[in-house]
Design a protein around this ligand. Structure first.
Ligand SMILES: NC(=O)c1ccc[n+]([C@@H]2O[C@H](COP(=O)([O-])OP(=O)(O)OC[C@H]3O[C@@H](n4cnc5c(N)ncnc54)[C@H](OP(=O)(O)O)[C@@H]3O)[C@@H](O)[C@H]2O)c1
Length: 280
């Protein structure tokens, strides 16, 4: 890290635990690339100390922070203002501290997801056809809102715990509709996009079992799991000729909004940054 001045801009990430976070590497890359007088630091914050940590960071003059597990939902109630998308998602992952003591909460996961799709496949169109979304956890909620806001005409949502998916479909309404987890292969009929928003396929988790036979060859397959980069789902989809998009780009793209707000410089995602983050 370059030497900081007394005017250095500060940001960081809070989570519990935090040691696995790739955000310091992600933001550190941009800080170094642009030679910014600033730092981005990881903070392990116990759930019961969340409010105290927010106060402390604001008092210390931090411009803002990222919020990761397990704080994303609880932090919403501690924000003085929340963007409409974050409210619909029900979670905040990016905070800006206002000079007047306000705490502005937003959620950049959906932005990162759509930007990554567009960067990887510039010809991708939201209105190309139905999407199948697997999962109903925190990340999948952000994907559902992002896909709906982008104009996907139909989003078939399947989750192992059906009641969780049903609740999300009820909350968001059309274009979401419920699909059965046990018949998830059937939901692929005529789909233009398949997204894995579950933990399945992630290192240490079971693989996603899914028969791709009914998925059209022109469909795009996006896995938001990024450890490993090439999940078994992406490998299977690639092998049968589908275009695939991995999850690391989403992580990098979602960081742009926070970085630009805190450090005041526009940034883009590059192959060099991918390599730097992967080396973590
Ligand atoms: N690329 C990115 O930028 C990015 C951003 C955020 C998250 N992610 C990744 O997205 C994944 C989900 O994260 P999250 O925050 O949404 O987690 P979460 O809130 O804990 O949700 C977990 C999801 O996985 C499902 N699941 C867990 N174990 C399962 C199993 N054995 N069989 C079937 N379904 C199972 C859950 O279903 P139930 O409801 O039935 O439990 C739920 O839908 C993680 O791998 C995370 O790393 C990536």
């Amino acid at each position: 890290m370059r030497a900081l001045s007394g005017k250095a801009r500060l940001a960081g990430v809070i989570g519990w635990p935090i040691s696995h976070s790739r955000s310091p590497r992600l933001h550190g890359f941009w800080l170094a690339q642009l030679g910014i007088d600033g730092a981005y630091l990881p903070f392990a914050v116990r759930p019961e100390r969340l409010a105290a940590a927010l106060d402390a960071l604001a008092v210390l003059g931090f411009r803002g922070i990222n919020v990761t597990l397990p704080h994303k939902e609880r932090v919403l109630a501690l924000c003085s203002e929340v963007t409409p998308s974050a409210r619909r998602i029900g979670a905040v992952n990016t905070i800006r501290f206002g000079e007047d003591g306000t705490i502005l909460g937003s959620n950049t996961d959906g932005f990162g997801f759509i930007e990554n799709l567009r960067a990887a496949l510039p010809a991708w169109r939201a209105d190309a056809g139905p999407a199948v979304l697997l999962g109903a956890g925190g990340a999948a909620r952000a994907l559902a809102v992002a896909l709906a806001e982008a104009g996907v005409p139909e989003i078939r949502l399947a989750n192992r715990t059906a009641s969780r998916a049903a609740r999300l479909v009820d909350e968001l309404g059309p274009p979401l509709r419920l699909a059965e987890w046990d018949a998830r292969g059937d939901a692929l009929d005529g789909a233009a996009l398949l997204v894995n928003g579950t933990v399945l396929g992630m290192a240490g988790q079971p693989p996603l079992e899914l028969d791709l036979a009914r998925l059209p060859r022109h469909a795009v397959v996006n896995d938001i799991v990024y450890v490993p980069i090439e999940t078994p789902l992406l490998a299977a989809a690639r092998a049968r000729g589908n275009r695939v998009v991995d999850g690391l780009g989403m992580l990098l793209q979602q960081g742009r909004m926070g970085f630009e707000a805190w450090f005041g410089r526009k940034v883009g995602v590059s192959a060099e940054q991918r390599a730097a983050v992967l080396a973590t």
